[in-house]
Design a protein around this ligand. Structure first.
Ligand code: ZN
Length: 168
């Protein structure tokens, strides 16, 4: 039965993936971590990858090249901004690559990423670390299953079998 399911909104896809940049360098992979579950249609994964997985079923192999606009956005060309570390939330060991949310104006939140830390200073950018990067995904669909009602409500899967972690 479950082998007949094809990926569409409201289903959970469980995928093995490797992500490479245009130079063939591996940026991320599920290898060693085990397959990753995601809820289709809930913005769990980048738009370009989700679009490439529509209609795929268990056992399908997908290789897709995704432009920045359908991934982590274009790079806005701006240099990182240098701020004092003590302007950031305390009790966090801020490291390059870490994201944080910041309020810009009138309760409007933006996502920022740390590019560098040095002494009392940190450098922040609005560009995701993969902004402007063309992505190459190699994906194997391990399984497709129905989502549980609670997973649809939460907007994410509760593990591969829907039985994992429910402390939120
Ligand atoms: Zn949940």
């Amino acid at each position: 039965m479950s082998t007949e399911l094809t990926l569409a909104d409201g289903l959970v896809g469980i995928i093995d993936y490797t992500l490479k940049n245009a130079e063939g360098e591996v940026l991320d992979t599920s290898e060693g971590r085990g397959p990753m579950p995601y809820l289709h249609g809930a913005s769990n994964i980048i738009p370009g990858l989700e679009a490439a997985l529509v209609g795929k079923k268990q056992g399908d192999h997908v290789e897709v090249t995704i432009a920045p606009a359908d991934a982590y956005g274009e790079h806005n060309g701006q240099e990182p901004v240098q701020v004092k570390r003590n302007e950031l939330p305390a009790n966090v060991d801020w490291q390059p690559g870490m994201p944080l949310q910041a309020e810009v104006e009138e309760g409007q939140m933006v996502m920022l990423w740390i590019t560098k830390t040095e002494g009392a200073w940190v450098w922040l950018t609005q560009n995701h670390p993969l902004a402007g990067v063309e992505l190459h995904f190699i994906v194997d669909v391990v399984r497709v299953r129905e989502a549980l009602d609670v997973e649809v409500t939460h907007g994410h899967p509760h593990g591969v079998d829907g039985t994992e972690g429910h402390d939120h």
